[in-house]
Ligand binder design. Structure first.
Ligand SMILES: *[C@@H]1O[C@H](CO)[C@@H](O)[C@H](O)[C@H]1NC(C)=O
Length: 135
């Protein structure tokens, strides 16, 4: 996540009616989506599955992540298509072959490898995140 230049993506566990869903990556580029639901969405990805650099947000001041008004399941696509293209996405988590995050009811659990490869345990809760503990 911290190496995101513009918009990065990765697999998410326990979402979309599957054990996981993930961007399908070929030659380092996103070419499609493995998901249990509506793979025809422009960005068939859960909001737990991508990061956007602050620079991108600042350079698209009109881009909004709508809380209401999107078709069901289209929130992510409606937002991402304002700021990027599928071709531009940066696959993380070993070309999306690892599942670094699990979607749980109240919060998501994210495993991030830092520069020393120590795995950190993050907790996302109500849009804020905190470093919980090293494991
Ligand atoms: C991802 O795939 C690209 C193209 O096949 C490759 O060059 C790159 O090293 C891979 N990245 C990782 C982290 O495996």
């Amino acid at each position: 996540m911290r190496t995101t230049r513009k918009v990065s993506v990765w697999p998410v566990g326990l979402v979309g009616g599957r054990r996981y869903e993930r961007p399908v990556v070929e030659n380092g580029k996103v070419v499609g989506w493995y998901t249990g639901w509506r793979a025809d969405r422009p960005f068939a990805i859960d909001m737990a599955g991508f990061a956007v650099s602050l620079q991108v947000i600042l350079s698209h001041p009109k881009a909004v992540f709508k809380r209401r008004g999107s078709q069901p399941g289209m929130q992510e696509s409606d937002f991402l298509k304002q700021i990027t293209t599928v071709e531009e996405l940066e696959p993380k988590a070993n070309n999306c072959t690892k599942v670094p995050i699990y979607f749980l009811k109240r919060f998501s659990v994210v495993f991030v490898e830092d520069r020393t490869n120590k795995v950190l345990f993050y907790r996302f809760l109500c849009g804020t995140h905190e470093q919980k503990r090293s494991i």
